[in-house]
Design a protein around this ligand. Structure first.
Ligand code: NAG
Ligand code: NAG
Ligand code: NAG
Ligand code: NAG
Ligand code: NAG
Ligand code: NAG
Length: 546
């Protein structure tokens, strides 16, 4: 239908004629329409650059690229115009650039399911991070593990064109780095008072992370060591075991210390019972340990939710409705001093740059439980703790609310543009009260081929992901073609006096004709293009949203 609309519009004479002939006159005609669009896009970038620079914490990166591919200043003009003249490139196909490693599953899926472009591109050996190749005009989704390409190209000219999506957000460390996530979380919660949000339930519902202290912050650190002196702590420790864990910025369970007796002694000595607070700048956080985890066959379990921010202008996010569940290696007991009873992902090793046999495959597959969260519902029904529909009516809303608050607490540092998005895996813990807690947030998540079922699932997930990315690119193409039609009708030469309109059409929005297919497991949970509580799919009440 959309194709029909576009064909009916400005492109009709061109496309139909191109189908039947290839004469010079027609090439001229194509060239004319491309020229029209190149002129329009030249001005679109000017308008976009203004707002991008204005709104971004990353001003330097926009115009101080370290490496400029020779042709980069005109690449976007050519690419976007080419797509406007040949909309099937966007409407019919996926053109995806996945970089390395060459043997892993995401690369294989990209090669199988899309026109994978730039198969051979890898960072130059001589200058790290330098990409020397001219990119193909068709490229739509830049699904690279490299997350700072905006340093390599003039963004919006050499790459990051209007009809492209990039899978990383400049400024994502505010959510992806543990210490920053904690800082932002605490500030977010504190701001509830500043915003005069008085209902304590608002704060409680927004608390996606357990009580936390930053040991490099003098006040936090002192407050933390004070708690050790209380009877309450001593009592709880005796009865329920470790009350806190220490975390550094490492991922995947590394850098986690459970404060058993000896470890507690160590930390008390290191900080001299709090006397050294303020003198030690090491970035460590202490976090209340959830000592009542939900148990599956006696083991603690964690689940991983795949979460995609599709745009940062406005912020739009989707959660994937098929979680990966893993259980801890050792049976859980609060008094067990084995780390494997408390931390579920210690055994996972990863080295992105290594090729060949990825050592990520060494992951202990036996610890992954091959059922979905639906299985958890069944289990709870058997235990008499839940009714049919619990997952959809209780658990997913809770998970989604946590993800929304997590995003709101951290997005102030994101560069805002509809080309920027990020694919995250968020690890959650479920406690015995059936509350959920965010444990960590990973970008460039592992997508492994450990079992045939996992391979099948991951194929589906990435295909769903490509569909999602392209649904937004198609929507933008559609808006642009409508805009172009009007311009042509009015014989307009310049759009600089319509910058508000142009900004509006560049803001990401899913046009109704590009809704995701029914089988797609991505669910929209956040869209700040929508008014009021609808922006958060009504998961946050009005009184909590001042
Ligand atoms: C980058 O852009 C900003 C804002 O437009 C400008 O002030 C600055 O001088 C530019 N820097 C360079 C190196 O062009
Ligand atoms: C906060 O809200 C209460 C009632 O909702 C109101 O009485 C009070 O004046 C507000 N304070 C500020 C600083 O806005
Ligand atoms: C704790 O420390 C003591 C003394 O250093 C040692 O004997 C004991 O084995 C340690 N316990 C654990 C569980 O490491
Ligand atoms: C730690 O800081 C306090 C206050 O600044 C100071 O009095 C004390 O000497 C410092 N301790 C060490 C070991 O530097
Ligand atoms: C923009 O400028 C053109 C002339 O360059 C004029 O015809 C048109 O009406 C203007 N549009 C707006 C919205 O002001
Ligand atoms: C807090 O969350 C619960 C669901 O978990 C919801 O019923 C309640 O209305 C929320 N409270 C507020 C003030 O939004």
């Amino acid at each position: 239908m959309v194709i029909a609309l576009i064909i009916k519009g400005i492109l009709a004479p061109l496309i139909i004629l191109l189908l039947y002939s290839n004469s010079k006159a027609l090439q001229n005609q194509e060239q004319q329409i491309r020229n029209f669009w190149e002129n329009i896009f030249g001005e679109v970038y000017q308008i976009r650059k203004q707002t991008f620079v204005k709104n971004s914490a990353f001003k330097p990166e926009y115009n101080q690229s370290r490496y400029n591919v020779a042709e980069s200043p005109v690449y976007c003009k050519k690419s976007d115009s080419y797509k406007m003249v040949h909309p099937d490139i966007v409407l019919q196909d996926y053109y995806v650039w996945r970089d390395y490693p060459p043997t892993n599953l995401p690369k294989k899926i990209t090669l199988d399911k899309t026109f994978a472009v730039l198969d051979k591109v890898s960072p130059s050996k001589t200058a790290s991070y330098k990409y020397e190749y001219q990119l193909p005009l068709q490229l739509g989704f830049i699904y690279t593990t490299v997350s700072s390409l905006y340093n390599n190209y003039v963004w919006g000219k050499g790459l990051g064109c209007v009809l492209q999506k990039y899978s990383h957000i400049p400024g994502k460390s505010s959510v992806a780095m543990k210490n920053q996530l904690i800082d932002n979380f605490m500030k977010y919660i504190r701001d509830f008072e500043k915003k005069n949000i008085t209902n304590p339930e608002c704060k409680r519902n927004a608390s996606f992370i357990p009580e936390t202290y930053r040991l490099n912050d003098e006040d936090d650190c002192k407050a933390f060591f004070e708690t050790f002196k209380t009877d309450d702590y001593q009592k709880k420790f005796k009865k329920y075991g470790p009350q806190y864990i220490l975390k550094t910025n490492q991922h995947r369970g590394e850098g986690i210390t459970v404060l058993f007796e000896n470890e507690t002694k160590d930390i008390l000595e290191e900080y001299n019972y709090g006397q050294e607070c303020g003198n030690i700048s090491k970035q460590v956080i202490a976090q209340r340990y959830i000592s009542n985890p939900f148990l599956y066959k006696g083991h603690k379990i964690e689940f991983r939710i795949y979460y995609t921010i599709i745009s940062t202008k406005p912020v739009i996010a989707y959660s994937y409705s098929r979680a990966l569940i893993k259980r801890c290696a050792k049976p859980f007991s609060v008094h067990s001093t084995e780390k494997g009873a408390h931390v579920c992902n210690t055994a996972i090793v990863k080295n992105l740059v290594k090729t060949d046999k990825d050592d990520e495959e060494i992951e202990d597959e036996e610890f992954f439980i091959d059922w979905y969260l639906e299985g958890l519902e069944d289990l709870l029904i058997k235990q008499g703790r839940a009714k049919k529909g619990w997952l959809q009516s209780y658990l997913y809303p809770k998970i989604h609310r946590s993800l929304i608050h997590m995003t709101k607490a951290t997005y102030h540092s994101f560069a805002r543009d509809s080309t920027f998005g990020e694919f995250f895996a968020v690890d959650f813990l479920l406690d015995d009260n059936l509350d959920v807690w965010v444990l960590e947030v990973n970008y460039n998540p592992q997508i492994l081929s450990v079992t045939p079922d996992r391979i099948k699932r991951n194929y589906k997930m990435l295909e769903d992901h490509f569909e999602l990315q392209y649904a937004y690119i198609k929507s933008k193409l559609y808006r642009l073609s409508q805009f172009g039609k009007t311009l042509m009708k009015n014989n307009a030469k310049s759009i600089l006096n319509q910058s508000k309109q142009v900004e509006e059409l560049l803001r990401d929005k899913l046009e109704s004709q590009f809704e995701l297919s029914k089988e797609n497991l991505y669910v929209k949970i956040m869209d700040e293009g929508q008014p009021g509580t609808q922006a958060y799919t009504n998961l946050i009440s009005k009184e909590c949203l001042k």
